[in-house]
Design a protein. Structure first.
Ligand SMILES: Cc1cc2nc3c(=O)[nH]c(=O)nc-3n(C[C@H](O)[C@H](O)[C@H](O)COP(=O)(O)OP(=O)(O)OC[C@H]3O[C@@H](n4cnc5c(N)ncnc54)[C@H](O)[C@@H]3O)c2cc1C
Length: 488
């Protein structure tokens, strides 16, 4: 799809009444029945920055911190009221700061993602907001550690870090367009209750997950729709120890990790059950609502999270189909609570303590970049001349693992948007191969990509250069100074 198609597509999505019609007849009906309103031309106030980061999620927080610490005047635009994104809304633990050493006897344990992502964990540790890097005692063919977080503390801690770094944080602000000068992004349009504004900058990083900025900038993209969407629930008034006993009594424990929980070390912070071994009523009920049995926590009486999955028939960029999915997911959440109450001792008075403000996606748009990380790159543990980080986790493990418990490199070229001079992307929107994406999309990978893109954008802005004119040696030096780990 290109920019013109994107705008046309956006208009079509407004036609909820036509949503049920097949594609061809929908387009014909549109041409016949659509009324158009021509927006009057408006003069927008302009704010000027060195770097604009779109989306204050998993990758965007780190990108903005990295850019600001390079001395760039940095703006961060986030539609929700807090930073954090999917790391605070979707998953169970941050995968993974380490290589898969436990699954490969003799392989050296090493922390392969450090820098700003680790700094966030250090800050969380100080305020009881994480389990720490808790070693897996069971299921370590999947990951060697479990790093669980208190998602509310994560939002506060990262917000404070952004303020300390001097980032101009615009929450409750929607990125609604791009201002192009040929193949160069000159600025973005930001919408909030303070009005519609233009933010000019020299370099841009799209961390919206959906690739909104890249799409507005006319980048090529596809919408693979190859994952289920989710609205995970935080479940309160439960006992993690009794859930563990329940799974154990059915000989169903697959994963287990012990770490910091409610201020005490050595406590269970992650468990996952083998569903086939659980009572038929629970198992069948869970299957019908796409519920997974894995949970993590840093509190004795809380599950963070229980995931409810739903496979949508179309891409999650379709507003009207998303509305249907939002309702269905909330129905599934209520059923999930009923299952826990009925089957799991200690959960008789369970309730939904939190939900995500909107459903979470594993990918929306896939943005075309200068390089596409392949399945072989990941599992063969390949590194590149322009590596910006190393990464060793695969969400399909143990079926698919990075060779010999090693790492592969994420190259800088995989983060440069094809055809656009000054736009980088970080997060779930890179990597077309589903199997490779099952690795690159995970939180700690996104955070590392954030540090790489934020640093690169700041260096480009300093010299007023495009992303392809940046000397790799300069980028690598700056990343090393920022604590980023490279395999030697
Ligand atoms: C249900 C689920 C479970 C998962 N489980 C795990 C797990 O256990 N471990 C793991 O490591 N990974 C897990 N993942 C994967 C991982 O969480 C995500 O891939 C990763 O967090 C994505 O980070 P991101 O920065 O690309 O996007 P996000 O973290 O989603 O950040 C995007 C941000 O951009 C904002 N935004 C979007 N559009 C706009 C706009 N137009 N204007 C302004 N702001 C905008 C959003 O509000 C959001 O804050 C899971 C994913 C899902 C969906």
């Amino acid at each position: 799809m290109n920019r013109r198609d994107f705008s046309k597509h956006s208009l079509m999505l407004g036609m909820g009444v036509l949503a049920g019609l097949p594609k061809g007849s929908r387009a014909r009906a549109l041409n016949q029945s659509m009324n158009y309103y021509a927006e009057p031309v408006k003069k927008l106030p302009v704010r000027k920055f060195d770097v604009v980061v779109a989306g204050a999620g998993t990758a965007g927080v780190v990108a903005a911190l990295a850019a600001a610490r390079q001395g760039a005047k940095t703006a961060l635009i986030e539609v929700k009221g807090y930073p954090g994104g999917t790391v605070t809304e979707g998953g169970t633990a941050l995968h993974s700061f380490y290589n898969l050493w436990k699954a490969f006897p003799g392989v050296k344990k090493r922390q392969v993602v450090r820098g700003i992502p680790q700094e966030i964990i250090d800050r969380l540790l100080k305020v009881g907001g994480t389990s720490g890097h808790a070693e897996m005692s069971k299921g370590y063919d999947f990951d060697s550690v479990c790093t669980a977080i208190d998602t509310e503390i994560y939002k506060l801690v990262t917000f404070e870090m952004l303020a300390e770094a001097g980032v101009f944080v615009c929450v409750n602000t929607l990125l609604a367009g791009a201002i192009m000068d040929g193949s160069r992004v000159r600025g973005v349009i930001a919408e909030s209750r303070s009005g519609r504004e233009a933010f000019y900058a020299k370099a841009f990083v799209d961390c919206t997950g959906y690739g909104d900025l890249a799409a507005y900038a006319g980048a090529e993209y596809t919408e693979p729709n190859d994952y289920a969407v989710v609205n995970s629930i935080g479940v309160g008034n439960v006992s993690i120890d009794k859930y563990y006993e329940f799974l154990k009594s059915h000989d169903a424990i697959y994963q287990q990790a012990e770490g910091w929980r409610s201020g005490k070390d050595g406590q269970i912070v992650r468990i996952q059950g083998r569903t086939v071994k659980l009572p038929a009523g629970f198992r069948e009920g869970a299957r019908k609502i796409g519920m997974s049995t894995v949970t993590t926590t840093v509190h004795d009486n809380y599950f963070m999270f229980i995931k409810l999955n739903l496979k949508m028939p179309v891409s999650p960029t379709n507003r009207d189909e998303v509305a249907k999915a939002e309702l269905e997911l909330r129905r599934r959440q209520a059923k999930a609570i009923e299952l826990f109450k009925e089957y799991v001792p200690g959960c008789e008075k369970a309730f939904i303590a939190r939900t995500s403000p909107k459903l979470c996606i594993r990918r929306g748009r896939l943005i075309k970049c200068d390089y596409d990380i392949s399945h072989e790159d990941v599992i063969e543990g390949r590194h590149f001349d322009d590596d910006v980080m190393a990464y060793g986790f695969h969400d399909s493990a143990p079926r698919l693992q990075v060779k010999d418990g090693g790492t592969y490199g994420i190259p800088y070229k995989a983060l440069r948007v094809a055809g656009v001079e000054n736009l980088l992307v970080a997060g779930m929107m890179i990597t077309s191969d589903h199997r490779a994406h099952m690795s690159t999309r995970n939180t700690v990978s996104c955070m590392g990509q954030g540090q790489a893109t934020g640093t690169a954008a700041a260096l480009c802005a300093r010299k007023n250069r495009g992303t392809r004119e940046l000397r790799y040696a300069d980028l690598r030096r700056a990343l090393k100074n920022g604590g980023v780990y490279f395999e030697s």
